[in-house]
Design a protein around this ligand. Structure first.
Ligand code: NAG
Ligand code: NAG
Ligand code: NAG
Ligand code: NAG
Ligand code: NAG
Length: 730
């Protein structure tokens, strides 16, 4: 299945290019009190000087300066208005009607606290206490004091810094908003009261030039909802209030992303923005819809950008299809947009707050709408069009960019201080707890802030009276582990499972089921003292665990959920999953986890399949307690074999690793293919990352071989205790 990217190069509008006498700018008088600055291209013409202040401060009077061709800065530094870092200010909260704001102040700065109280007879909604945050926003939500009236819609309030006209809230009535001087209005400038008691549009907010959205906030708005929409492939026929992303009837999704890279200082910054976008696209494509993307990278320094873009990406005039396994995306450049941005910006730098939105903006939007998104006459193009703008940088040209957004529902415009913030947002996107059905979703990295739980949210630790093992969450109510983790005397009440963090991470167990064919003593007479075939068990918890970014099931073989994760077509088979994707190579790279005290590590191993298998399992004969001459007596076809040092130095399983999921990552999903059962060596008793020696081998139960057992329990749809998994028919 390919990811189709519509590609049409619009180069009809020519960029004006003037030759001028060049001169270098100087750094004289460029210093900033309390901060520093960076130059995008040293002191050459076209270089941008970007001021930087500590958190809670912003550069004033200029945010950036541009080196012009004649060697002067724009705007010029002003002698009597020295450049410095000012305390971040929040918009005026004294717009509250029918209530008091305390303390009353002319200006409110970062960390200032305010409280809100309604006059007698008025009801309070929203926050009663708000703090001015370092990004220039008030914490919490807009306080509103209103009388309990018979109006059809509730008082929509007045956000800080805003002015509202309209005080009647009946069906069909409208309210209009504007922002105080120096502030830019985001959201709806006009809202109408609907019959269902809701206001159209979204609550407006007034932004200073130094107001930014926090990555967390954006991922909450854009992130979790994008997933909600993407996982819901039901056709959507009518425009709903609050929809975020519209999927056309045939499942096509159009997403337009514009990224401003004017302030990219080095290649690295450019790479970061590309990474951010490729991350988003890969993530979205890991769901079941196939979106079309149009991505615009624009800069005020057009010539440079076009040059680098053209060098890096092959540009053709035709529709092209990029395979999922390829980079997954291509970048599209709207030359007209770039030109426009350039000409508008060069005219308005320093004065953009006063300028009319350029008439050309409308032209651009029309051109964007002309993209072939829908042939359906009854549904105008806009209905299927969402343009999101993620603007990053000190200087953001809101007046030019904001009108380019399209789509109803929540916000489509976001402002960040740095491109790296956009990366954070896209990483956060899969954190939505509304993607319960999606097995194996995980974060691809963890750092000091985030625990390894986000990388391995399915990770479980189980313990009976005598034995400690590892397991994997395979549904919200079941943990898969090894049968040998239980002793004959263990009862469900002796068993506990640890999943997730903090309080409540230890779960109680309702029952556990060992594979009926598991019998350690079955081959004592054939020279195998301990026989581990069918070393698999399922633990049922007393109740569903709640799914979050820290706790989420892993995908297991031969389920529809796994076919979806692997993007196989509807009629896929178990064999396809096994032989065409997951275990197709004669050396298949797999991983499993190990835990020492509280640290979890990932072990790298290679399953020796096909022609490599016999040599691998022959080492089983060196294990203590095995006296047969035929390794296949102990290592049946139900095992995968890893270890050794040929080709790759594999890690080896340690005590305590038993039951650990042997898994493979596929894009943003993890699929468990086996579980750790037994090994030949006793190289490590305490766990941890230990490399194999020449003869040490481990044997893992291949889940493809125990599907009937898994299906009997996990696929059982004749009970009401838990939601079953959908096992494939063949
Ligand atoms: C440089 O050019 C700008 C306009 O392009 C002009 O406003 C400015 O006065 C010029 N500066 C000098 C020193 O010539
Ligand atoms: C508000 O913040 C400013 C700057 O930090 C500070 O001087 C002032 O005392 C604060 N006001 C209150 C009421 O905390
Ligand atoms: C940016 O990416 C390109 C290609 O992906 C790579 O060759 C280059 O080294 C990267 N530059 C930096 C500074 O990371
Ligand atoms: C959906 O419809 C659009 C426009 O009608 C078309 O371009 C696209 O190829 C269709 N997608 C699928 C998956 O049929
Ligand atoms: C699945 O269906 C498609 C079209 O209906 C067909 O071409 C393909 O061969 C089928 N695949 C299998 C594995 O049956």
């Amino acid at each position: 299945m390919g990811l189709s990217v519509r590609w049409s190069l619009l180069s009809a509008i020519l960029c004006p290019f003037f030759m001028e006498v060049r001169g270098d700018c100087t750094e004289a008088n460029m210093e900033i009190e309390g901060g520093d600055y960076k130059l995008t291209k040293q002191l050459q013409s076209g270089s941008m000087l970007i001021y930087n202040c500590p958190e809670g401060y912003y550069p004033y009077p200029a945010l950036t300066r541009l080196c012009q061709r004649n060697g002067s800065w724009k705007p010029l530094p002003r002698r009597y208005l020295p450049q410095k870092c000012r305390l971040v200010e929040c918009p005026d909260p004294n717009v509250l009607e029918y209530g008091n704001v305390s303390p009353p102040q002319e200006k409110y700065f970062v960390d200032n606290e305010t409280t809100y109280e309604c006059y007698a007879g008025y009801t309070h909604r929203g926050s009663s206490r708000r703090v001015c945050l370092p990004n220039g926003k008030w914490s919490g939500t807009t306080p509103i004091c209103s009388r309990d009236s018979k109006d059809d819609c509730a008082d929509p309030g007045i956000p800080p810094g805003a002015i509202r006209t309209g005080n009647i809230f009946g069906v069909g009535d409208t309210v209009k908003y504007s922002c105080n001087r120096k502030l830019f209005l985001m959201g709806s400038s006009e809202r109408m009261c609907l019959e269902n008691g809701q206001w159209t549009g979204i609550e407006p907010a007034c932004y200073y030039k130094h107001t930014y959205d926090s990555p967390l906030e954006v991922s909450q708005i854009f992130g979790s909802t994008i997933i909600d929409r993407l996982t819901d492939s039901e056709p959507v026929d009518d425009i709903q209030v609050g929809r975020q992303i519209k999927i056309t009837k045939n499942g096509t999704l159009n997403i337009y992303i514009a990224v401003d890279i004017s302030e990219s200082i080095r290649d690295e910054d450019l790479n970061n923005s590309k990474d951010a976008v490729s991350k988003l696209i890969t993530k979205i494509s890991s769901f079941t819809v196939t979106p079309n993307y149009e991505i615009v990278f624009f800069s005020i320094d057009i010539f440079e950008v076009i040059k680098t873009q053209l060098n890096r990406f092959s540009v053709t005039g035709e529709d092209i299809t990029v395979r999922d396994t390829d980079l997954n995306f291509v970048f599209k450049i709207f030359f007209f947009n770039v030109c426009l941005t350039y000409s508008v910006l060069s005219l308005t730098v320093g004065a953009y707050n006063m300028g009319e939105p350029a008439p050309t903006v409308k032209k651009i939007k029309n051109m964007v709408y002309m993209s072939p998104t829908s042939d359906d006459e009854t549904h105008p193009r806009e209905e299927y069009l969402d343009i999101y703008i993620f603007a990053a940088g000190r200087e953001i040209f809101d007046e030019d960019l904001y009108p380019l957004t399209a789509g109803t529902g929540r916000r489509h415009y976001f402002r960040f201080k740095d491109i790296s913030n956009i990366l954070e947002v896209f990483d956060d996107i899969i954190d939505g707890d509304d993607v319960k059905g999606l097995c194996g979703l995980h974060w691809e990295y963890s750092d000091h802030i985030y625990s390894t739980r986000r990388m391995y949210p399915w990770m479980a630790f189980n313990q009976g009276r005598l034995r400690k093992c590892m397991g994997s969450l395979v549904t919200p109510q079941f943990v898969l582990t090894a049968a040998h983790c239980f002793t004959f005397e263990d009862l469900p009440e002796h068993v506990s499972v640890e999943i997730g963090d903090g309080r409540g991470k230890v779960k109680r167990v309702k029952a556990f089921t060992i594979h009926p064919n598991f019998n350690v003593h079955a081959k004592v007479n054939q020279g195998v003292k301990e026989f581990y075939d069918y070393d698999v068990a399922l633990i049922q918890l007393t109740e569903d665990v709640s799914i979050s970014f820290n706790v989420r099931p892993i995908c297991i073989p031969c389920t529809q959920e796994t076919s979806d994760a692997l993007k196989l077509p509807g009629n896929s088979t178990c064999k396809q999953q096994d032989e065409e994707i997951l275990l197709k190579n004669s050396l298949e790279k797999l991983n499993f986890l190990t835990r020492t005290s509280t640290v979890v590590n990932k072990k790298d191993v290679h399953a020796k399949l096909g022609d490599n298998r016999d040599a691998c399992i022959s080492h089983a004969l060196q294990a203590a307690g095995i006296t047969t001459a035929d390794p296949k007596v102990a290592v049946t076809d139900n095992f995968l074999c890893t270890g050794g040092r040929t080709y790759f130095r594999d890690h080896i399983a340690c005590n305590g690793d038993g039951g650990s999921a042997v898994f493979k990552d596929y894009e943003y999903r993890t699929i468990q293919v086996a579980l750790v059962s037994w090994g030949t060596g006793k190289l490590c008793r305490a766990g941890g990352l230990v490399e194999s020696d020449d003869s040490s081998r481990d044997f893992h139960i291949n889940l493809f071989r125990v599907v009937p057992f898994l299906k009997t329990i996990l696929g059982n749809n004749l009970q009401d205790d838990y939601a079953p998994l959908n096992f494939l028919k063949s």
